[in-house]
Ligand binder design. Structure first.
Ligand code: MN
Length: 242
């Protein structure tokens, strides 16, 4: 007897989390195929859809227009917002925020952004400026906290080196082996490729205590172990691109 090919998806709706796609639309598409993402499921994105590879703007537009995809702000979107908000100095053409953004792989994103209609540019920037720093959700019987770099709520106690809560939340690297400010929550974080915490090629997600690090280096080529990882909250299943 032949099994219906998509039997699982008819029965349940699932919640997925991934992050740090960094302009790789090919890997993002491959992941949506792999998890058989449907209109009934929800996908949460941990920020850093842009930079280092060419498809960031297209990815942001896709997320913005897809109702069942929710995104938090990454440091790369934060850099983009700051670079485009700062006026370029008339005499020497300097824009320090833009220099920082380009240094971190933003030039390819800026080029794609400039090719958009002005109204689309404005809409995209307004949407980015409204993205939350963290998201809390209750799913599969647990309370989850989604962060790009670190929980914003730790800023008052840990954020001395940062000018404001936003910079802290998007830039500070949460260390799953030393930090446990919110033991009642399961923290999902991106931002730091997991080889930073545990050597593996290809990279694998790292879990320690109540922290799960999902950035498996999608920005980087396959030969250095880069790939996209995605976690399903209901089943605890981890998916990887090739
Ligand atoms: Mn980041």
């Amino acid at each position: 007897m032949r099994k219906p090919a998509r039997w699982k998806k008819e029965a349940v709706t699932l919640t997925y989390v991934l992050g740090d796609v960094h302009g790789r639309a090919d890997r993002f598409r491959a992941m949506l195929d792999r998890i058989r993402f449907t209109g009934q499921d929800t996908l949460y994105l941990l920020g850093d859809m842009i930079d280092r590879n060419p498809d960031g703007i297209e990815l942001l537009q896709q997320v913005r227009k897809t109702e069942n995809m929710q995104m938090i702000l990454g440091n790369h979107e934060h850099m983009m917002l700051q670079a485009l908000a700062e006026p370029t100095r008339p005499l020497f053409g300097r824009n320090e925020k833009r220099d920082l953004w380009y240094y971190n792989g933003g030039e390819v994103t800026h080029r794609a952004f400039r090719s958009l209609e002005k109204t689309e540019q404005r809409a995209l920037l307004d949407w980015l400026a409204g993205l939350p720093l963290n998201l809390e959700l209750n799913c599969a019987g647990r309370d989850w906290l989604l962060v790009h770099g670190s929980p914003a709520a730790s800023f008052p106690t840990r954020g001395h080196a940062y000018p404001d809560e936003t910079s802290y939340a998007v830039w500070e690297r949460l260390d799953p082996f030393t930090e446990n400010d919110f033991p009642e929550l399961t923290i999902l974080c991106g931002h730091t490729p997991t080889v930073y915490f545990r050597a593996a090629n290809p990279m694998e997600i790292v879990r320690n205590g109540n922290v799960i690090c999902l950035d498996c280096g999608c920005a980087f080529p396959q030969r250095v172990g880069g790939r996209l990882a995605c976690l399903c909250l209901e089943t605890d299943e981890v998916f990887y691109t090739d």
